[in-house]
Design a protein around this ligand. Structure first.
Ligand code: T46
Length: 138
């Protein structure tokens, strides 16, 4: 699966901590968009889509949430529960976000501006697309 969980380098001292995210280091694309999700409810899932081209780096600067990932072959659950944990998504991956703790902010660096035509919001469309583009996994 083209999904990678990793820890950011956190520069800590007696004043607190600082994380820097750089193109070519923490993410392999130019950032064209930044967005964040907040005021979520613990028992409300969201997402339910896959992207055709978009690459993203996700992290929670505050709070925590889980992600259900599915690339059509493998499924995985990821927990983002610390500001220094990142999740890099570079493949065609169905995602659902859930179990949001109160006060969570889910932040996303993205490789393209918003384009609804890049979304597959029906699981059947995603499954068909993955079958038709199997070479993306090779
Ligand atoms: C993703 C997950 C992690 C915009 O107008 N511009 C934007 O850049 C975005 C991201 C959304 N919107 C609009 C489209 C919808 O009317 O905001 C509304 C909520 O978006 P959506 O239902 O797609 O939100 P999520 O939480 O299901 O998914 C979002 C991102 O859309 C998606 O790229 O990977 O967060």
């Amino acid at each position: 699966m083209k999904a990678q969980e990793f820890l950011f380098n956190s520069h800590g001292d007696s004043r607190g901590k600082l994380v820097a995210l750089e193109e070519g280091k923490e993410f392999p694309f130019t950032v064209r968009r930044f967005y964040y999700i907040y005021d979520t409810l613990g028992d409300v899932r969201r997402g339910f889509h896959a992207h055709k081209q978009l690459k993203q780096l996700l992290f929670c600067p505050n709070g925590s949430c889980k992600l259900h990932l599915d690339d059509g072959r493998e499924q995985r659950e990821v927990l983002l529960d610390s500001p220094d944990k990142g999740l890099l998504l570079t493949g065609v991956i169905w995602r659902e976000m859930y179990d949001f703790a109160p006060g969570t902010v889910l932040a996303v660096l993205a490789s393209a501006v918003y384009d609804e035509s890049d979304y597959m919001r029906e699981y059947s469309d995603f499954a068909k697309y993955v079958k038709e583009h199997e070479e993306v996994y090779e």
